[in-house]
Design a protein around this ligand. Structure first.
Ligand SMILES: NC(=O)c1ccc[n+]([C@@H]2O[C@H](COP(=O)([O-])OP(=O)(O)OC[C@H]3O[C@@H](n4cnc5c(N)ncnc54)[C@H](OP(=O)(O)O)[C@@H]3O)[C@@H](O)[C@H]2O)c1
Length: 342
């Protein structure tokens, strides 16, 4: 059921070619949905902007089967949101509850309130803490004394993965795209070393000297030429965690980074494994508790790159893909406290 307008929404109107442009997006004034029995109405507070949304913006005609469901043109772009329940017709929720779910680039959404979010469903869960970042341990299996390299290290995922590796006693080297990020990684997050992959004269040589014992784990957020270079630095029995391949996201499939790994994987008996965070959904509560504790103890730090207002989402999304963000990219869609719309 729908009612009056007042629900600002951001739609994708054209599949981007290369880096998205603001003209690929459009804002629209949609209706504020009315919750049916068993449903809740949620007002967005924070919208998370993530590289996976760029992957979903690829033209399905051109790319075929890909990572998740493609964004449908002229529909609200999917996105993770933290919001407030402003109307509840579900006994498990009260007005004022904070929830998180894939509610999209819009001010208001309804949900059935179940926590199942498979297939981009409208499920939500109650938030106990504001979106602390979550990362992986399972695939990389770091051991004290090992050397871990992280790419896109100053971003949401990389900064947490690197710090957790540090907490576990590893030597951690980060790669990022600006000097400000390099200083942040070393001075604020305690990385052992960090290198600006855009300006290092000989990145391979610099990495070799920062990783004198070779590399045991590579947390690969970017793929591309950095991956090519990393292959030669890996130790015997190394683990390569494929978390993302940002360097390819803007490119047609036939221009994706070539597979040149086999020789290295064989010689080093290296394990190269993909990682998708949703596979770990059952462990989110434990991970959150652990991360919260580390944050409170001051052992884990994070930054947020926050833009104001839903209308800024397309620009901020493009900025994030271009590397302007330090830490997690968010849009503050609305204030934390607001009266309930009737
Ligand atoms: N598998 C999963 O479950 C999962 C979950 C979350 C995220 N991811 C992946 O993890 C990666 C990071 O995501 P995030 O949300 O944490 O974003 P983020 O790191 O906060 O933001 C993206 C960053 O990537 C860097 N970058 C962009 N293009 C690049 C390129 N061609 N080469 C090297 N670096 C590039 C930019 O920083 P610089 O200034 O350093 O270039 C930019 O700030 C992405 O690949 C994403 O798809 C995967």
């Amino acid at each position: 059921m729908t009612a009056r307008n007042g629900n600002l929404q951001v739609l994708l109107v054209a599949y981007p070619c290369g880096l998205p442009q603001e003209r690929d997006f459009m804002t629209a004034d949609g209706p504020i949905p009315r919750p049916s029995d068993g449903e809740i109405l949620i007002r967005s507070i924070f919208l998370s902007l993530d590289p996976w949304q760029r992957l979903r913006m690829r033209d399905p005609q051109q790319f075929g089967r890909q990572y998740g469901k493609p964004v449908v043109l002229n529909e609200v772009i999917p996105g993770a949101v933290i919001g407030e329940v402003v109307q509840s017709r579900n006994p498990r929720y009260r007005e004022g509850d904070l929830v998180e779910g894939k509610l999209g680039w819009q001010n208001y959404a309804v949900s059935h309130g179940d926590s199942d979010r498979s297939n981009d469903g409208e499920g939500v869960s109650k938030v106990q803490t504001f979106g602390l970042p979550f990362s992986l341990l399972d695939v990389g299996r770091p051991r004290p004394g090992e050397t871990v390299v992280v790419s896109a290290a100053a971003g949401a995922t990389g900064s947490v993965a690197g710090q957790i590796a540090k907490i576990l006693g590893c030597r951690v080297v980060g790669l990022a795209g600006s000097d400000e990020k390099i200083t942040f990684l070393v001075k604020e997050l305690g990385f052992d070393a960090a290198l600006n992959y855009k300006t290092e004269r000989d990145l391979r040589e610099s990495l070799t000297s920062q990783c004198p014992d070779g590399v045991d784990i590579y947390i690969d957020n970017v793929g591309g030429p950095i991956a090519d270079l990393m292959l030669a630095l890996m130790n015997d029995w190394a683990r390569w965690v494929v978390v993302g391949h940002l360097a390819d996201y803007e490119k047609p499939l036939d221009q994706h980074f070539g597979v040149r790994a086999q020789g290295h994987v064989l010689a080093r008996r290296m394990r190269m494994q993909g990682f998708i965070v949703h596979d770990y959904a059952a462990q989110f509560p434990i991970a959150r508790r652990r991360i919260r504790q580390w944050v409170h103890e001051g052992r884990l730090r994070y930054r947020e790159y926050i833009a104001e207002g839903l209308r800024s989402a397309p620009r901020t999304f493009i900025e994030m893909l271009n590397g302007a963000n330090l830490g997690k990219t968010l849009v503050r869609v609305g204030p934390y406290v607001e009266s309930v719309p009737r």
